[in-house]
Design a protein around this ligand. Structure first.
Ligand code: GLN
Length: 516
């Protein structure tokens, strides 16, 4: 089918609806703050007290890091639900952003006690913002609008421009000015995001303006009471830990959260099948989406080695000297954002071209491909770690090749999967389903942490085997997903149940050609 290009179609942001501009820049700044801060986290926690750090052990710091990244995405589930049933995606994004900014402001205060309060605020805010802003992108398009995949690819590029700025700015400030200035820069980034969100909000029109399936007034009252009680309990636990009345073991908690996230994911998904009064077609479309989710979990479990085992491989086993210049360890992670920005336009064009030629690979197929390409990156790590086992530091080109393959895999799977969620989930549960999908990030990140625990740079002889196992596992699951996708691709094409109250807003309203 030719992409529709009728007079009514709003093309004002690089051929995409004007509302994408609002979401693109808001998410860009949010990700600048998220990744900018995340890049410092383990370094700050393990740095000596006289260097201004917390002087935690590596085990505790990496567990807290895993817990933090897992929790950020875990909270996407209640965040998505709150938007669908209580306040709508626009407000969830706005308040989520404010809470994130407050979290970074708290982190900028040089005090150990408030440090964890800052992290908690970022977790709560991101849970509100992240799934909902991603769901709003999908709501800019009609059911049959072929620009959806390209739109998500563009949006994903914004995510990575943000992360690139974040790594560069906070990395520089951390080394040259001080930790808390770097944390403060993340707050400023989120502030820019909020200002531009407010200023360009009219471009969203009423997409996400209200909860698509609001609870009854009584239900709302009960929900708000539960939310407030939860926050009070969280505050209580925080105070108990901060005052030393209660001690927690971050490693044990990280394991429990990984298990909880996995259980919640399966129970929630099955619950939706059983209790959401789905039509037959809706159920099959959600079945197709389930396959994409499984691929996503396995993908992130491998990909998220970037911040942990690959980071340590760069620090300890890679020859980072170029002449007299030593490449900073964190720069290797910037390769991912850099490759992604460079390759995104090609991928966006490729999806549009394939659609024009009527070859539109299914979401399941693209996810399988992404997973297999990412896993093949670990063959490179297998070879690189064999070279490192000889005792010599290895060429940085190995990691460049790994990040290249991982980024190509990411482009096949990640923006595509976001698009799949927005297309295949019934619109009345758009936020929640994005929340369920974001749980796959949470499970993947927590599994990645557990896998990384077995990839100690001190133990180079066991590394090649480990990397080979990751490769075989990733390729194996990828092949299974591919085979199942032969079936689910038919389910993806089934028409969704039009939801008369919530048909895409932009389809029915006259469009101002707003040349932003
Ligand atoms: N880089 C993507 C984002 O920030 C994916 C995040 C993830 O860890 N899964 O949206």
């Amino acid at each position: 089918m030719e992409p529709k290009n009728t007079q009514q179609q709003d093309n004002s942001f690089f051929g995409q609806p004007a509302g994408l501009q609002t979401l693109f820049f808001t998410e860009m700044w949010e990700r600048m703050s998220y990744y900018g801060m995340r890049a410092l986290l383990v370094l700050f926690m393990t740095a000596a007290i006289q260097e201004g750090g917390l002087e935690l052990t590596v085990a505790a710091a990496t567990a807290i890091y895993g817990l933090y990244t897992g929790a950020v995405y875990f909270m996407g589930l209640p965040g998505g639900w709150i938007a669908d049933r209580l306040i709508g995606g626009q407000r969830a994004t706005w308040y989520g952003g404010i809470v994130i900014m407050c979290g970074h402001i708290v982190l900028a205060v040089p005090s150990d006690t408030t440090f964890f309060l800052g992290l908690i605020l970022v977790v709560l805010g991101t849970g509100m913002l992240k799934p909902n802003i991603s769901a709003l992108v999908g709501q800019l398009y009609d059911e049959g609008d072929d620009r959806r995949d390209a739109g998500y690819t563009l949006y994903y590029m914004g995510i990575n421009i943000g992360s690139l700025i974040g790594y560069a700015v906070t990395g520089y400030l951390m080394e040259n000015v001080g930790w808390h200035w770097a944390f403060g820069a993340a707050a400023v980034g989120m502030f820019f995001g909020l200002v531009q969100y407010r200023m360009t909000l009219p471009k969203l029109r009423n997409v996400g303006a209200d909860a698509p399936k609001p609870l009854s007034p009584r239900g709302q009252k009960i929900s708000w009471t539960i939310i407030v009680l939860f926050l009070i309990a969280l505050g209580g636990v925080f105070t108990a830990v901060a005052t030393g009345a209660m001690t927690i073991d971050p490693v044990a908690i990280a394991q429990q959260v990984a298990l909880a996230a996995t259980i919640v994911f399966f129970v929630y998904y099955i619950g939706i099948f059983l209790f959401s009064k789905l039509t037959k077609n809706e159920a099959k479309r959600l079945g197709a989406l389930f396959l994409v989710c499984i691929a996503s979990i396995c993908f992130w479990a491998g990909f998220e080695q970037a911040g942990s085992s690959l980071n340590l491989f760069a620090r300890d086993l890679t020859d980072r000297m170029v002449g007299s210049f030593e490449i900073p360890t964190t720069w290797f992670q910037m390769l991912n954002s850099g490759f992604l920005i460079a390759l995104s336009p090609f991928f966006a064009a490729m999806w549009v071209n394939l659609t024009k030629r009527m070859i539109n690979p299914s979401y399941g197929f693209k996810s399988a491909l992404g997973l297999i390409i990412m896993a093949s990156g670990f063959i490179v790590m297998f070879l690189a770690s064999q070279a490192a086992a000889s005792g010599m530091k290895v060429s940085p080109n190995w990691l460049v090749a790994v990040y290249f393959l991982h980024t190509v895999g990411e482009l096949c799977l990640s923006p595509v999967a976001l698009s799949a969620v927005s297309k295949l989930a019934p619109r009345r549960m758009a936020g929640q389903m994005m929340g369920v999908f974001v749980l796959t990030y949470s499970i993947g990140s927590l599994l990645a942490g557990l896998i990384a625990g077995n990839l100690d740079p001190e133990n180079t002889e066991t590394m090649p085997d480990m990397y080979m196992q990751i490769t075989l596992f990733g390729v194996g699951v990828g092949v299974v997903v591919f085979l199942l996708a032969l079936k689910t691709r038919h389910w993806e094409k089934l028409a969704g149940q039009p939801d008369p109250e919530h048909v895409a807003i932009n389809a029915n309203e006259p469009v101002k050609q707003d040349k932003a």
